[in-house]
Design a protein. Sequence first.
Length: 201
Amino acid sequence: MTANRIDLSAYKAIIFDMDGTLIDSMGAHMEAWKQTCDSFGIPFDRQYMHGLGGVPTKKTVEMLNEKYAMNHEPADVAMRKREVWETMDFIPALIAETADIFHHYRPSMKVAIGTGSERPHAEHLLNHHDLMSKLDAMVTASDVTHGKPHPETFLTAAKLMNVAPEDCVVFEDTEIGRQAAERAGMDCYLVIDGKVKRQGD
């Protein structure tokens, strides 16, 4: 699906998740999580971890503690994951379909990022791809109290753009992200393996 075949004219703003939706970074994040889990003796379930895409790192650790009856300090695990990511020195590519939509609609619509990544990480990737300066708003894990699937990320992005939630459309790559969009009162397109799926597909 290319930008000229997806009609978003009913909306006033687009909110993109970043990792796995606009930037093809989920594979690298999974490798960083695997190394981090190995460091702390946490079982690594790739499918489960991928499903947590968009959840802030510390919240992910809390969910892993609950799932595996462990009590690791979230800040310690998050710090280790950040260290692993930084040693990988990896800049992922843009996802072609969503990047096409971003550039196609940016001249006529407001665009924001709503990500579960920390702000320094998000700024680094978006600046590398020359997208940061094109945004009307960006909301990261550093900017909210409640991460996805809570709607705060998307509602904050809408507020910063001065656009009503119902006039925003979200692009996400996880069920948790879709739930956050739904709870924010926004329509949502899912990005599966780099391909945009219409609602109901």
